[in-house]
Design a protein around this ligand. Structure first.
Ligand SMILES: C[S@@+](CC[C@H](N)C(=O)[O-])C[C@H]1O[C@@H](n2cnc3c(N)ncnc32)[C@H](O)[C@@H]1O
Length: 478
């Protein structure tokens, strides 16, 4: 943690900051860096986080820079005068009428009935893609370079394990691998990947170990027995098979959760369209907890203040930012990254449990605790631990579902893989540009080391919500 004094305390907040910052522990300082060109007289702003304790001037004054953090259940107001959408390609054909109530009023079909009842695939709001089985041969296994050292004397193993801890080499990127490999009587210890340690780590001299050397180790755990065998032939790897039935079972409560998630994305997309952006939005929902849906009015009802989930919603901003990479999914992943970077919570696994509000700069402390405020991503026990293990811990979207209005483009699909999203649900397929079944299906590419589930919305034949079309040209990368 650090408290910025002097000039550092003068930065105001912006949802579209031109300055980013990082803590430099070696000099005990905060380093501020511009993230794009800055015009003469342009104010330098940083991003404080999503939990502001004041009303942002951006929210109050400008339609172009309204917060992309969308609070789904907030009454829609303050939009007078915004109906005059610039006539540009972005919103062409989109239904941009101000009738937001029409969207908000579309009735969720999963409200009535027992939320814990398992419903059939036909009754789900989307169709699930059946991904072909993983490629399973040695060549398709993704590896990383890692330093290992042979330990001839077994009495040195404990000392070395202690030393790994002291040397900060217990990094999460090796969490899916065993530390020791024993072949006959010889033990070899895994030290670090070359990402963590570009040069060979130096174990304590007094142990008189041979020099560390490089080998290739699997970059992800084994999901099938065949993978386990293949991967363990490189280095002993953990086996984290998908749970039986996990993919098949959807309860009515969970379907409702998905429906609400998609509605949030749709509302944000329409809002973006009204601002002259491409009407595309993405929403990261809090994980659905099967036994947490008692209250039929809120899928998040059982969260306590300390356990309020992190949810983020972002829309496409490539028009206003004049930046071709500001796609909705990239923006929403970035929100999560900013949150994680500005959060003081320790995240030993992917599960963030931010019990105390971050006190770092920017101060994001707020006593308010609405379900949409980023507080903590809560995970449900064993099931989530397993999903975490499978998805890899400590990634940005481990065990999380992303709802988005359009099939993510290839870049965004890759971003979902890099963030280890659990699944993506989209409203409209993009056969020409999509990376989740359209132009390509990134999670099934050979050598890709993570798979996420893909669900395509069924309603109205796809692409519209409540009978009102969301329109984006099919040649656009969504
Ligand atoms: C660290 S100070 C920033 C510098 C401060 N504006 C000054 O002149 O000293 C944080 C305070 O600035 C104000 N502030 C920062 N960003 C803002 C924004 N986007 N809109 C409105 N007020 C803002 C809030 O009152 C906040 O508590």
């Amino acid at each position: 943690m650090a408290l910025a004094l002097g000039l550092g305390s003068l930065f105001n907040h912006s949802e579209h900051p031109n300055v980013s910052y990082s803590h430099d522990t070696s000099t005990e300082s905060i380093r501020y860096t511009t993230v794009r060109d800055v015009a003469p007289d342009e104010e330098l702003c940083i991003f404080y986080g999503h939990n502001l304790w004041f009303s942002s001037a951006e929210d109050l004054s400008s339609s172009n820079h309204r917060s992309s953090h969308y609070v789904p259940d907030e009454p829609e107001d303050g939009w007078g005068g915004l109906s005059a959408v610039e006539d540009d390609d972005a919103g062409a054909g989109a239904d941009l009428s101000l009738d937001t109530d029409a969207d908000a009023d579309v009735k969720c079909p999963y409200l009535d009935g027992d939320p814990s009842e398992i419903i059939s695939d036909e009754d789900l709001p989307f169709t699930r893609f059946k991904l072909p089985p993983d490629e399973e041969d040695l060549a398709s296994i993704r590896t990383v370079d890692a330093w290992v050292v042979d330990i001839p004397d077994p009495r040195h193993i404990t000392k070395m394990l202690k030393w790994l801890k002291q040397a900060n080499l217990e990094t999460p990127d090796l969490g899916h691998l065993k530390r020791i490999r024993k072949l006959n009587d010889a033990a070899t210890l895994l030290l670090a990947t070359t990402t963590t340690s570009p040069h060979a780590p130096s174990p304590p001299i007094e142990l008189e170990l041979p020099d560390p050397y490089l080998i290739k180790v699997p970059s992800a755990p084994a999901l099938t027995p065949t993978q386990l065998k293949l991967k363990s032939s490189l280095w002993p790897t953990l086996f984290t098979p998908p749970r039986k039935g996990e993919a098949e079972q959807w309860s009515r409560g969970r379907a409702r959760w998905a429906w609400e998630g998609m509605r949030t994305a749709v509302l944000a997309a329409r809002e973006a369209g009204r601002r002259g952006e491409l009407p595309i939005a993405a929403h990261i929902a809090a994980p659905y907890e099967e036994d947490a849906h008692g209250d039929a009015n809120s899928s998040q009802a059982s969260y306590t203040a300390e356990k309020a989930p992190v949810v983020f919603t972002a829309s496409d901003t490539r028009q206003s930012n004049a930046h071709p990479l500001r796609h909705a999914i990239i923006n929403v992943v970035r929100q999560m990254a900013d949150y994680r970077a500005s959060s003081s919570s320790s995240s030993s696994a992917a599960t963030l449990r931010a019990s105390s509000p971050p006190a770092a700069i920017p101060a994001t402390a707020s006593s308010d605790s609405v379900p949409s405020s980023p507080q903590s991503v809560v995970g449900d026990s064993e099931a989530e631990a397993e999903t975490e293990a499978r998805n890899g811990s400590n990634y940005l979207l481990t065990s999380l579902t992303v709802f988005t209005t359009y099939e993510p483009c290839i870049m965004c699909s890759m971003a979902l893989i890099h963030s280890r999203a659990k699944e993506v649900v989209y409203l409209k397929a993009m056969p020409r540009t999509g990376g989740c079944g359209g132009a390509a299906c990134l999670p099934t590419l050979k050598g890709v080391n993570h798979r996420f589930g893909i669900c395509v919305w069924k309603e109205d034949g796809g692409g519209s919500w409540g009978g009102r079309e969301l329109y984006v040209d099919e040649n656009v990368d969504a």
